[in-house]
Design a binder for this molecule. Structure first.
Ligand SMILES: Cc1ncc(COP(=O)(O)O)c(C=O)c1O
Length: 426
């Protein structure tokens, strides 16, 4: 992990680096917004991050200066658009250390990337009596596509249980993953518990029985250095909107030899090399999986988001998030009647804290905080089985990113004390 100094980081007396939040915040126009008379404190980053000016401007530049369709034109604008669009794909490939940009497919989001695998790879490789192993802490995006695949094929979905400390039970995982397992699909970082899962270890276990490994990187790629070769995964899915990029675009990384053998799941323009009235031949990777005019502007903006995060240094981003997560865990200890979900050890988790109160509903807490200009998430966090497994229907979540500060966490804690006191008196 690199902790390189950049113009966005500052040294600490102990020789480490911290993100220079004042400098970063100046790049995010929305952070100056007033909400209910207070300066916005945005702690809903696990749902979607805010966007720096540089990313917003890259979209404006495309539409104002070189808007054209890609891949098909000989005119200047089309050539320029194609160059910047394909350069963005190369930036993403470098960002996750993919061996080639051919294995980087643009999708709409993480969910679509996982569905692509479920249909294209799953339908061809999973059969009756086979199983897909996922975890009990997954986001619905990494549960429902496998349930549907299993239903289509007469296969089974198995869930690696979550232990009391909020970590996967790896002993059970070793038993669940067997010769009939075709795929292991697990989130790298939990959007509810904050747990960092040992996906590299799961990949080894999967490969030992001939199964493939899919990593849901929706919460990890924005926050920590992710290297697909070091993890040894076959597929990685993530969304740009959680990592300073725009909505409407995500990425599927797939091992090139696996994806060469896969059939497309959507058909139309750009994904073919030849069409006759009788049939069609498929284009090369990555285009085989990208039917129709792509989301050009947002792909370009994803490239800009990667530039921004590269400038910060992902090692620094991770250190910053973990430090904020640890600080929040510490401060939550002051709160009576609040329960924090996930690992107690800050070293085992990232920069988010989900919590619930003995008597006050999370929605009431969320609304009370909103009146103070503080944005958090409340609900089931698209992980209903996990949240219900804690004996609750909903939880509140504060999630931190590169521009958040300890002072904002202090404001959150004060706000929760006030809100809980107010509802208790009612
Ligand atoms: C762990 C995880 N997986 C998948 C998703 C789905 O991402 P998207 O809605 O961008 O498809 C999310 C979004 O919250 C997530 O946190």
């Amino acid at each position: 992990m690199t902790h390189a100094r950049s113009k966005y980081s500052r040294g600490t007396p102990s020789g480490g680096t911290l993100l220079d939040t004042a400098r970063i915040r100046a790049d995010f126009p929305i952070l100056n917004r007033q909400v209910n008379g207070r300066t916005l404190i945005y702690l809903d980053n696990a749902a979607t991050s805010q966007k720096p000016r540089h990313v917003i401007q890259s979209i404006v530049d495309y539409y104002e200066r070189y808007n054209a369709n890609v891949h098909r034109g000989v005119h200047t604008l089309s050539v320029e658009a194609t160059d910047v669009y394909e350069e963005a794909r190369r930036k993403v490939a470098r960002f996750i250390n993919a061996p080639s940009e051919k294995s980087v497919i643009w999708t709409r989001n993480t969910s679509e990337a996982i569905n692509l695998i479920a249909y294209s790879w799953g339908d061809a490789n999973v059969g009756e009596g086979d199983n897909i192993v996922t975890t009990a802490m997954e986001h619905h995006s990494d549960i429902v596509p496998w349930q549907q695949l299993a239903r289509r094929k007469g296969a089974q979905v198995r869930y690696i249980p979550v232990g009391r400390q909020g970590a996967l039970d790896m002993a059970v995982a070793r038993n669940l993953i067997d010769r009939r397992t075709k795929l292991v699909a697990a989130m790298h970082a939990s959007n509810v518990l904050g747990t960092i899962n040992p996906v590299g270890e799961l990949a080894l276990i999967a490969h030992a029985v001939g199964a493939l490994m899919l990593v849901d990187g929706a919460q990890s790629v924005p926050s920590m250095p992710v290297d697909v070769q070091a993890l040894g995964c076959d597929f990685l899915a993530f969304s740009a909107h959680k990592m300073c990029g725009p909505t409407g675009i995500g990425v599927l990384y797939g091992r090139e030899d696996v994806m060469e053998r896969m059939q497309p799941w959507m058909f139309g323009g750009d994904m073919i090399s030849e069409v006759t009235y009788e049939g069609a031949k498929w284009n090369d990777l990555p285009y085989k999986f990208e039917a129709g005019t792509p989301n050009i502007a947002d792909a370009i903006a994803t490239g800009a988001a990667v530039d921004y995060l590269d400038e910060l240094g992902m090692g620094n981003v991770w250190a910053h998030e973990q430090a904020l997560g640890a600080y929040a865990l510490e401060r939550f200890k002051e709160l009576e009647e609040f329960h924090v979900m996930g690992p107690r050890d800050p070293g085992l988790r990232g920069g988010l804290v989900s919590f619930f109160h003995d008597t006050v509903h999370p929605h009431d807490l969320g609304q009370a905080l909103d009146r103070m200009g503080i944005a958090i998430r409340t609900g089931h966090h698209c992980a209903m089985p996990l949240v219900r497994g804690h004996g609750i229907a909903a939880a509140a979540r504060a999630s931190f990113y590169i521009y958040n500060t300890e002072a904002e966490i202090d404001a959150l804690i004060d706000g929760l004390k006030d809100a809980a006191g107010y509802f208790a008196r009612k």
